[in-house]
Design a binder for this molecule. Structure first.
Ligand code: ADP
Ligand code: GLC
Length: 488
């Protein structure tokens, strides 16, 4: 292997195309592929969830049995593998007691699995043990979110003098500080970190275990997924209780903006659309709009703007604030509205019922559908994302490329990717607002809608500016490489 080529082992709970609940999967899959295309040797370790289609994803048995240590026992599991066209080795840990069940992190009623601390620590332990068993000597072990974070500790606690792993550096990406993996102390022995590490600077958090915090301590560098979210978590009161620990990393904590995988998310090639289009010829977008209207039983109307929403119904996303104003918006504005998502049960009921109150004007799909996510990006005129906080956000980046102008809260990665519309000259790529409440949401939507009807030239100019934006993974991967090399 050339000297400047790195060996990278990622540990992640999700990655496209195998398993996805949100943007983490998009980010991990795209980063791994981009690094591999640049010539680096990349492995990604994932759980073999029952939702992963073994045949369709071309998995094959790879290594069995594999003995994995926990703090309390030795367990046997099996490893399967799928190699992507760019040459990334995806390894799947088969351990049925943990991964063969309905759901990734929670049951169908959205109740967190009570053994999640053990499930994901096991994944980390298995990832590192795999390196030993197959003689893969990584330069970087790159863990994603609290689910991969235990790998940072095992590197330093278990493997600091191991011939294969002792030279590896630990890199932790925080995709979402709102999820830290906080679990009861009863799990601690199983995790095998040692009670000397159950201290408030590492794993102890008000008497419970905090997997992300401990991982941050042991990682050689930590990043999050946009520069603005890095700033907000350090200085903007959005640290979710971990500010001191982020500050203590010094210049080893920073933001790297995600990219978008334009091989999946570009209207000129998108295979889910009834017609493709580009900034030079937007005719296909009108066909997508018709299809979207049909799909969601909206009246066919070329000149009424559609506002689209795709996202997890979680507190983070501010969907509850949409719920508080959407009837007023539908009452007072000449618009159509579509929403795709799943999560909070009361929001699922609210938006599930919305089309009954606004037939022909509002449509919803409660569930997960990649195909509909693409259609909404393409067929809508505006994309609404009023997040309370947003480490990066990918949907607004996709929206830009689809010429579907984002209406977003001025926070996190939304600030880094959407440029405010300036009424004086029609510059900008979307509509931003500061405070998250029903009034500001209502009036910002109103501003976007009046722009749509009254300043068509500005809309066209913004659509062109938005579609020309390029948030490529190549650029993001270069930044990751620079960061990896910084700690090596
Ligand atoms: P987050 O990772 O916080 O959920 P992002 O904007 O980074 O937010 O990424 C969300 C990703 O998940 C996008 O690719 C989006 O299309 C997808 N997604 C979210 N909810 C659904 C859903 N119900 N059906 C299909 N795709 C969804
Ligand atoms: C998380 C964040 C989201 C980010 C994604 C990928 O799920 O909520 O903002 O885009 O991870 O990094």
């Amino acid at each position: 292997m050339e000297k400047n080529k790195l060996k990278i082992l990622m540990v992640s709970p999700e990655a496209v195309p195998y398993i996805k609940s949100g943007g983490l999967a998009d980010a991990v899959g795209a980063l791994a592929e981009t690094l591999a295309r640049a010539g680096h040797e990349v492995g990604v370790v994932l759980p073999l969830y029952s939702a992963i289609d073994y045949t369709k994803n071309k998995l094959e048995p790879f290594h069995s049995p594999m003995e994995v240590y926990t703090g309390e026992s030795r367990e046997l599991c099996a490893v399967h593998r799928s190699i992507s066209s760019s040459g990334v080795n995806y390894y799947f840990i088969e351990y049925n007691a943990f991964y063969s069940r309905d759901g990734i992190y929670h049951d169908p009623d959205f109740k967190d699995f009570t053994d999640n601390a053990k499930r994901y620590a096991f994944l980390s332990g298995a990832a590192l043990k795999l390196c030993l068993d197959i003689g893969f000597k990584p330069d970087i072990v790159h863990a994603h979110d609290w689910q991969g974070a235990a790998a940072m500790a095992y590197l330093k606690i278990w493997y600091h003098s191991d011939p294969i792993l002792s030279s590896a550096k630990g890199f932790l990406t925080i995709h979402n500080l709102g999820h830290q993996g906080v679990y009861p102390v009863e799990n601690y022995n199983y995790l095998g970190f040692g009670w000397e590490n159950f201290t408030s600077d590492k794993y102890e958090d008000h008497g419970r275990i905090n997997l992300l915090k401990g991982g941050m301590f042991f990682a050689d560098a930590v990043n999050t997924v946009s520069p603005n979210y890095a700033r907000e978590t350090l200085y903007g009161g959005m640290d979710e209780g971990l500010g001191n620990f982020l500050h203590s990393k010094g210049n080893k904590y920073f933001g790297i903006l995600n990219g978008a995988d334009y091989s999946e998310w570009d209207p000129s090639t998108d295979k889910f659309l009834p017609a493709n289009y580009s900034s030079e010829d937007l005719a296909g977008k009108r066909i997508c709009k018709e299809k979207l209207q049909d799909e969601f039983k909206l009246k066919r109307h070329a000149d009424v703007p559609i506002i689209g929403v795709v996202g997890r119904f979680a507190y983070q996303k501010g969907i509850d604030v949409i719920a508080s104003v959407i009837d007023g918006i539908l009452q007072n504005m000449e618009i159509q509205f579509v929403i795709l998502g799943t999560g909070d049960k009361s929001l699922e009921h609210f938006f599930g019922d919305l089309p009954k109150r606004w037939p022909g004007k509002a449509g919803s799909y409660i569930g997960y559908s990649n195909e509909l996510a693409h259609l909404i990006e393409a067929g809508s005129d505006l994309f609404l994302m009023p997040s309370r906080y947003e480490p990066c956000g990918l949907n607004q980046i996709y929206s830009l490329r689809y010429g579907t102008l984002p209406i977003v809260r001025d926070t996190g990665g939304l600030t880094d990717t959407v440029e405010q519309y300036i009424e004086a000259d029609g510059s900008g790529t979307g509509f931003l607002f500061k405070d998250l409440n029903s009034t500001s949401l209502y009036f910002t939507v109103g501003w976007a809608i009046s722009t749509y009807y009254d300043r068509k030239n500005h809309m066209s100019k913004m659509i062109q500016s938005a579609m020309a934006k390029n948030f490529s993974w190549e650029k993001a991967a270069e930044e990751y490489l620079r960061a990896y090399r910084g700690i090596l």
